[in-house]
Design a binder for this molecule. Sequence first.
Ligand code: FE
Length: 208
Amino acid sequence: MSSRTSSGSLIALPPLPFDENALSPAISERTISFHYHKHHAGYVEKLNTLIADTPYAGLSLDEIVKRTAGKADAKSIFNNAAQAWNHSFYWHSLSPKREQPGGALKAKIDQDLGGLEKLKESLAKSANEHFGSGWAWLIMTEDKLAVVDTADADTPFAHGKTCLLTIDVWEHAYYLDYQNLRPKHTEAVINEHLNWSIASARFDQAAR
Ligand code: FE
């Protein structure tokens, strides 16, 4: 971690919610290992270095993302904070089990997006057609579900949206397993490993 000297707690790297081999073969243990220990950990470490002795030191990750969004003089802090936030969110968007949406979320998917198959198509299109590095998301915007993509570190959370699920479409998320074939990775994640139970819980929380 950093050699910061100011008081205030460091932003922590949260533990992975599953074993590193739990999503194999859709996402290999090697990919998860590099992704978590090198990329995610790297963003957290860089963030802690950048915020040392700034007014952002000691704030929660949520607060740092919200307060630095759109600020030209805090671009590096935002990028590393948002990437730390996105990766924590991403790990919890994945499940070792094959799941289906249920309850109120399922009804809302039918109502707003024309059903689960349409949502999957839309999410795949968003992930596959996003140009360059970024993220594909299922979000709540006002009172409707929507599928969107964001570039680089940007996150709907920074813009006041409620995030339900995300897929990382940076090359580091799939290149060891699929090389340039991003759609194959997208398909495997969408069909086998989206965490619909956590998406439902996030939806219920937002709808309260
Ligand atoms: Fe990533």
